[in-house]
Design a protein around this ligand. Sequence first.
Ligand code: SF4
Length: 414
Amino acid sequence: MTSTATINHRALYRLPWTLPDNAISWLEPTSACNLSCDGCYRENVTGSHKPLPEVREEIAAFRRLRNSDGISIAGGDPLMHPDIVEIVRTVREMGMKPILNTNGGRLSLPLLRELKKAGAYGFTFHVDSKQGRPGWKGKSEVELNALRLEYARMLDEVGGITCSFNSTVYEDTLAEVPELLDWAGKHIDIVHVMVFILYRAAVPQIPFDWYAGAKKVDMSALVYSEPGDRRVDIKAPEVVAEIRKRFPDFTPCAYLNGTEQPDSFKWLLTGRVGTTERVYGYVGPRYMEIMQAGHHLGTGRYLAYAPPKLTSKGRTMLLLSPFDDGVRSIAKRWAGSLLANPLRLFRKMHFQSVMIIQPVDFLENGAQNMCDGCPDMTMWNGELVWSCRMEELKHFGCWVRTVPRDGAAVPAAS
Ligand code: SF4
């Protein structure tokens, strides 16, 4: 039986990201990939690398349409692109932080150094158990922590680069999420962000017909159709409930709502502070508001990824205790722990983000609940589009609508 946490969205900080003013944008220089992950929503097309001038034009278009602090360079796997170093340099030269979203398979130390020299700001490694990764087939999420650690250490060796991991969460891997968080907590000094993306797919069993314009279409043509009966409706509060079985005080501080449901948690953010020995607690909504609004005030942009030199200043963050209940209780717990062992004073404290992303949800009336102010907007023919559904544009030329079938039983909306 699934359990779910009760979270009051109005008690959290609503991340201020919007269509024209957003922390992140999503660049896809290629849709070629060296893996074929089960939950991937991009068709793997060999040799689909965009020429450099086209990539430059897309970066310029982001600059024109959207205030973005960071650009996620994704795909496909961006390290497949022969001009990846130049792409990173271009993003940096245009004043944005290049974050490489990669499975890491092609990353070597020399390439990492080259990318850093070109301006790479961070890496988000997609590592999960349904990737068919050579050498790691059949390994569980927990066993894959050994691979995650290799990447985190590689980045740490080069230094000054933000290290994030994302993994897709399926019903059979949900129970492993707390273990991953436990692992991340023990490496809070070199792992800065953990992202959990809830598996979604177009399912023929859902009682909808699918229409592109006036034409009924067959969604099985798309890479993100799901022929089996796996769950495609796991919600962020279920993940929080799972995490709380192991970490009862796990408390999100900020969220991004859905376009159709103001109380849905499409991006649910938790910030925790600790040392490699223990997590002292979770920051509150005020802390996140100060970070986002302060960064916007200072730079004109909302903060995408904090640099390691900032996340390692956990103790300085405690100065925000007067403004934020979460930070205050972190400070109290830390002070109490010093009484038990004063040597803890010499341990560095770090900040780590945990993001749960809940992509498209289908509602009873056929509406599709998307992330409001989608941070992962990408370019399609010069326009900003949802990257998670771009295959619909590629195959049908427009977004696909879901229309409930007459008399069919429909799944309950959350
Ligand atoms: S709407 Fe889709 S592309 Fe945009 S943030 Fe949500 S899941 Fe990502």
